[in-house]
Design a protein around this ligand. Structure first.
Ligand code: FES
Length: 106
């Protein structure tokens, strides 16, 4: 089962499991994780699923599309080089991704 470790801006850690094909956003929302709002449900229209991906995990991710890149310019907390929209991060069997959620999504 793919796993995601979410660390909040305050330092709280949650390790959640999902299924292959789930996104980092879907696993968070299904489990009621505070810190990811995902207003648009994953259609790249809200930027409220912003996360910071652990540096060493960045290379293994699917590359960022143009629209995701544009949407990251409108996040509540300023984007960083390791910013991604978690609805675009799909997990495969055996993945374990580490992300930090920003202090604010709206
Ligand atoms: S959930 Fe809206 S852009 Fe990701």
């Amino acid at each position: 089962m793919p796993k995601v470790t979410y660390t909040s801006a305050a330092g709280g850690v949650s390790v959640l499991e999902g299924s292959a094909g789930d996104s980092v956003m879907e696993i968070a929302v299904r489990n009621g994780l505070p810190g990811i709002v995902a207003d648009c449900g994953g259609s790249l229209a809200c930027s409220t699923c912003h996360v910071f991906v652990r540096e060493e995990d960045l290379e293994g991710l699917a590359s960022m599309g143009e629209l995701e890149d544009e949407m990251l310019d409108g996040t509540a907390e300023e984007r960083r080089p390791n910013s991604r929209l978690s609805c675009q991060l799909k997990l495969e069997e055996g993945d374990h991704l580490y992300v930090e959620t920003p202090e604010s999504q709206v």
